[in-house]
Design a protein around this ligand. Sequence first.
Ligand code: ECH
Length: 323
Amino acid sequence: MALTIQSAQSIFSNTQVPSLIPATIALFDQLNVDDQLAYLWYAYTEMGKTITPAAPGVARLQLAESLLTQIKLMSPEEQTKVMRDLASRADTPISRSYGFFSVNTKLAFWYELGELMKQGLVTPIPVGYQMSAGVRLVLEETQKLDQGQQITVLRNTVVNMGFDTSELAPSSYPKAGAEPAFQRTTPTISSVKIEGVTEPAVLGYIEAMNADNFDAAIALFTADGALQPPFQKPIVGTAAIAKYMREEAQGLNMMPQQGICEVRGDGSKQLKVTGVVQTPWFGVTVGMNIAWRFLINPEGKIFFVAIDMLASPQELLQLTRVQ
Ligand code: ECH
């Protein structure tokens, strides 16, 4: 029987525990625009006391420079309006430009705005703002998350800002291909060992990803293969996966710990591997507990891999059915 992405998506679904991340983002989405910006400010500055993201570097900031320069020259009221437009995904020239940025350029843009706010060059939150009960509630919910989950909430809210450019013709903005690489600060993790897993495609995948060798990783997939990032739809086909990896998977440290492998009737295999991933934005200070769910075809190629954020560290050990 031919493998389908739809059936692949449900492998090991009876071992999954719902994450609090989408629920927290849903609460955030219900806030009005000023409350959203205030929430992000408090969440980010609160988080900064324990963990601070790495400075994105001059090369990456260059991609956002023209917007940042425009904003610096504005009055505080105009600056607030730009931020409101971004948060409400309004159709303005700045919000459109932002919409064309890659994920990492969006993060770098806000990182720099945050720095400019600390220096008093950009207005932090709307003048006279009073924290609402809604913001307090979302902050309380955020405190229940571990650090890896907190930075995922921040990342996802930042990614969703700006005008939705997915239906527009490509812009002249530099794309991921032209983006600077993240410098690895720790030695590449090679010779991967995963307790309970010897599947070459899985070990090869982790090894290639840890070396940012996306060509080698892609070569392990079937032509119609798919990769499903956390809380997203599957990305289908090797060209689309390669583009995604170059844009969003650079500099990651993947540390799988254990897994299980089940052979299916048609000779394909399903594997679940749990472990920790570090992003170059926070380096070794923040680990995200995740699972990979792989479906490997009878020829040993990756047909499907889903990446899931785990609800808790206990789930790292939860490889079998949830009772
Ligand atoms: C200020 C106030 C106004 C509003 C805003 C502000 C600034 C906010 C800032 C936020 C910065 C946040 C950052 C977050 C970074 C998060 C990174 C994460 C990465 C997760 C990666 C994972 C990778 C998984 C994958 C694996 C694979 O095998 C395949 C690929 C892939 C305060 C000014 C907004 C500055 C920097 C969460 C899980 C394992 C799927 C990628």
